[in-house]
Design a protein around this ligand. Structure first.
Ligand SMILES: Cc1ncc(COP(=O)(O)O)c(C=O)c1O
Length: 475
């Protein structure tokens, strides 16, 4: 019997060099054909669809045309050290030049161990045990599973907060307060939602339901539009969790890594949670890295024996070499270059300048809030007061834009001032400012001066300028 081996057909593939050279038209065609055609609608509304980024360095994205865009968005907190920090690039280059190994599933990895040890050294108290992953959602899943494993199935109910965002995987989504993201998915049912920042409601919930084993809270709510709670709230959370034997999971995926002026935002309250999640900036802006850090007794009870060790053991890319080395260098750089102090100093300068702007434009700006370089700028809701003709024109473009200044402001800041800011999932009136922690006072001045200039146009001109931009941009 003879076997003939058919030659495998080689598909038409795009090479790396060809990918770098794609133009705007080719790029949007590929995005439509293979990625997210629905999302293109929003990119177009914001005027982002024609921006072709070639490079990035420090505080800037750089377009193919050479135009430099000042980044006050910062990847929703994923760019503590900015773009392509030289120390991060060098560490990664050395790692590659030395042909170091990546997968850490069989032999113990010196890089994963060093990173875990560094995180334990940074985290207060006995937050000593680390499980590495790649995304914030993965860290949240790990935290929820650890809490359930610790208490057992009878105490598997999780309390979460109004307006919480913890990720889009099924467990994390179950404790995310968004009908939109939750859609019609079948999610975990044993969850209870409490108002964020309300200790009485929390205590009442704890007393009423003895199946509660964990409480998950973002220390500063990012997706909600930068919502903070006072120090007394966090102290009360710690006390209540101790009293009712509930594990407190602090989700610091967005607010951690020095952004608020302390490495962890909960440190401002002088309290220590039982489990912490980190991701985003831990990857140094160059890699996907996440960590769940647990108090040693909690971890040991759940996974501490050979029998239980692998229940939630590493996934394929946990502790992957180059990402670990990147994270190790990121942590060292954060301290060596005083980035956390800079976040505190520049953050309070940014908030102070924005508050002056709020006094200057009381009819436009409703509130400035936040801590360090995690700042929310809330505009008044114009859905009721927008002149009728203009409101109609806007609704023709998109219902979501009606009454929300953020889309117009973000779009014009980019077009006229070369500045990028972020929008907010749950509150369309809030612009989120999460620039890299390397931001300078001069760059803050550039941003606030640009915003001042834009707001001085007044609402009618802002909206009509925006409409012109969008109409010009429609292909
Ligand atoms: C507080 C918080 N938790 C979890 C996540 C999920 O992280 P990821 O998108 O890396 O899965 C995010 C993402 O924005 C977040 O802000």
């Amino acid at each position: 019997m003879s076997h003939t081996i058919e030659k495998i057909h080689t598909p038409k593939l795009i090479g790396v060099e060809a990918a770098k050279k794609l133009d705007v038209k080719e790029l949007t065609d590929l995005f439509h054909a293979h990625m997210n055609p629905g999302q293109y609608h929003f990119l177009k509304l914001l005027g982002f669809h024609k921006v072709l980024i070639d490079r990035a360095e420090g505080m800037y994205y750089i377009e193919r045309t050479g135009r430099r865009i000042l980044d006050f968005f910062g990847g929703f907190g994923a760019l503590a050290l900015g773009h392509n920090h030289p120390r991060i690039l060098a560490a990664r280059q050395h790692f590659q030049d030395e042909s170091r190994h990546e997968i850490a599933l069989t032999f113990i990895s010196q890089y994963a161990c060093a990173l875990s040890s560094n995180l334990a050294a940074i985290a207060p108290g006995d937050l000593d045990m680390v499980l590495l992953g790649s995304t914030g959602s993965e860290a949240v899943e790990a935290a929820l599973k650890l809490a359930e494993q610790f208490h057992g199935p009878e105490r598997s109910t999780v309390v979460y907060a109004t307006q919480a965002f913890h990720g889009k995987t099924r467990g994390a989504l179950s404790v995310t307060d968004s009908e939109f993201y939750q859609s019609t998915f079948k999610l975990l049912e044993n969850n209870i939602r409490v108002p964020f920042g309300d200790l009485d409601a929390l205590e009442q919930t704890f007393t009423q339901d003895h199946s509660i084993g964990a409480l998950i809270l973002e220390t500063i709510q990012g997706g909600a539009g930068i919502v903070t709670a006072p120090v007394e709230y966090w102290q009360g959370v710690r006390q209540l969790c101790d009293r009712y034997d509930v594990l407190w999971i602090a989700d610091e995926v967005q607010c951690g890594m020095g952004r608020t002026g302390r490495f962890f935002a909960f440190e401002h309250a002088g309290v220590i949670p039982d489990i912490v999640t980190l991701a985003k900036s831990l990857g140094g802006g160059k890699s996907a890295m996440a960590a769940m850090i647990a108090r040693r007794p909690v971890y040991m009870q759940a996974y501490g024996t050979p029998k239980t060790a692998l229940i939630h053991g590493p996934s394929t890319f946990s502790g992957i070499g180059e990402a670990c080395v990147t994270a190790i260098e990121t942590l060292n750089t954060l301290y060596d270059e005083n980035c956390i102090d800079n976040a505190a100093i520049q953050g309070s300068y940014l908030i102070q300048r924005l508050q002056l702007l709020a006094e200057k434009y009381p009819k436009l700006i409703k509130e400035v809030r936040g801590q360090g370089l995690m700042v929310g700028l809330e505009f008044h809701d114009f859905s009721k007061t927008m002149p009728y003709g203009i409101e109609n024109m806007i609704s023709l473009l998109d219902e979501k834009l009606k009454g929300s200044l953020c889309g117009f402001i973000g779009s014009l800041l980019l077009k006229d001032y070369d500045i990028l800011v972020a929008f907010t999932e749950y509150n369309r009136n809030v612009i989120r400012l999460e620039p890299p922690l390397i931001v300078t006072r001069e760059q803050i001045d550039t941003f606030v001066d640009a915003l001042d200039d834009l707001l001085s146009r007044g609402i009618i001109r802002i909206v009509t300028h925006y409409i012109k931009v969008v109409l010009n941009g429609i292909r």
